[in-house]
Write a protein that binds this ligand. Structure first.
Ligand SMILES: Nc1ncnc2c1ncn2[C@@H]1O[C@H](COP(=O)(O)OP(=O)(O)OP(=O)(O)O)[C@@H](O)[C@H]1O
Length: 347
């Protein structure tokens, strides 16, 4: 992203949390948060459960008051802006379901134009054009006459993005927008957001539990650490440094650099080592099966050798024992978890 673009949204020494209410004590969830979102940036907010992602998003959009510090929208204090002024620059889709009765998709998306309408004025050509563009950008044109209640969760999510886009915002904030989506829709949705950030020039901030998506797609990651801090940076800086590892890895979890994701060990001690002889994807999935069986794959010479050949099912050979399919391979390896005497690497 261009460094000299002025941030549209900033957090300055922000503290976010909950004020004391009746018998509930005050809770400061995040403190001394400094963040900047620039036009056209796709920003992923990540962090463990309960770390404060929703609290931060709600504070950034003014849905809950900050405990200290400021949120600046176009350099102006968010708290000093009227709801209408905010809504012309900032659009939000939070996770709470929206009750819109039997309204059509088109009518729901047109709600996004409210900040631009006067009480007496009707829909203008500009409003209609913005709604059409939003429907197209979010890929829901085909659904425009359907009642929102008839749609799948994934379709509804896209419609809510279209409603937000119809606001023509400078900042678009989405709380876990990919939560209901299957893998294919998630990838499509990610591509759509990347395209939207580039074409509309909006800064898009979204919270997600999809670490791979955040690291592969985002221009910036805001990492909520679970200790009251938020670290901002390029995905590579946070992954290459120890920020991601520190936040997400624990006793049984480690960060796999190549896969850009967290891998969870199943708690068993690594068993014997086996040399895997295969190529490409077959090798990858053979190693996957080997790990699932509690063994360690290696490319080095060693006492156990797994040769595997393409086929449906694939054919495998472990030190002369043969079988077909990964299921039987895993069963075979599990039966032999106790390392054989010859398991000492013969290197
Ligand atoms: N209304 C509230 N009053 C007091 N504490 C709250 C309130 N809402 C949330 N919290 C607390 O604030 C902390 C952060 O919660 P938040 O929902 O922001 O986390 P999150 O990162 O969005 O979690 P998740 O990934 O599970 O959605 C949690 O400890 C939570 O219990």
């Amino acid at each position: 992203m261009t460094e000299d673009l002025r941030p549209v949204l900033r957090a300055v020494a922000l503290a976010a949390g909950y004020r004391r209410r009746r018998r509930r004590p005050a809770v400061t969830v995040l403190r001394d948060v400094h963040l900047a979102a620039r036009p056209g940036e796709l920003i992923a907010l990540i962090g463990p459960n309960g770390a404060g992602k929703s609290t931060l998003l709600r504070t950034l959009v003014g849905a809950q008051p900050s405990l200290a510090g400021h949120v600046l929208l176009d350099g102006r204090d968010l708290a000093a802006l009227s709801p209408r002024q905010r809504a012309r620059r900032l659009a939000v889709t939070l996770t709470e379901p929206v009750d819109v009765g039997q309204m059509s998709v088109e009518a729901v998306v047109a709600l996004g134009r409210m900040p631009y309408r006067s009480w007496i004025g009707g829909e203008k050509a500009r409003d209609r054009a913005a709604v059409d563009r939003a429907l197209a950008d979010a890929g829901v044109e085909d659904l425009r006459h359907r009642p929102l209640t008839d749609l799948s969760d994934g379709e509804r999510q896209r419609v809510m993005v279209a409603r937000a886009l119809a606001q023509e915002p400078a900042v678009l904030v989405l709380d876990e927008p990919t939560a209901f989506l299957d893998v294919a829709r998630r990838i499509e949705f990610a591509a759509m957001l990347t395209r939207l950030a580039a074409t509309t020039g909006a800064a898009i901030v979204l919270s997600t539990h999809d670490l791979g998506f955040a690291l592969r797609r985002a221009d910036q990651v805001w990492l909520v650490g679970g200790d009251g801090t938020v670290t901002a940076g390029a995905p590579e800086d946070l992954a290459y440094g120890d920020a991601v590892t520190r936040t997400f890895t624990g006793e049984n979890m480690s960060f796999d650099d190549a896969a850009a994701t967290i891998v969870v060990a199943d708690g068993t001690e690594p068993g014997a080592t086996v040399r895997v002889v295969a190529d490409g994807r077959l090798r990858q999935w053979a190693e996957h099966a080997v790990r699932r069986a509690g063994w360690e794959p290696t490319a080095e010479p060693c006492g156990h050798v797994l040769s595997i050949e393409h086929g449906a099912p694939c054919r495998w050979d472990v030190n002369g024992a043969r079988g077909a399919g990964f299921d039987s391979l895993v069963a075979h390896l599990r039966d032999r978890t106790a390392p054989l005497p010859e398991d000492a690497r013969t290197g």
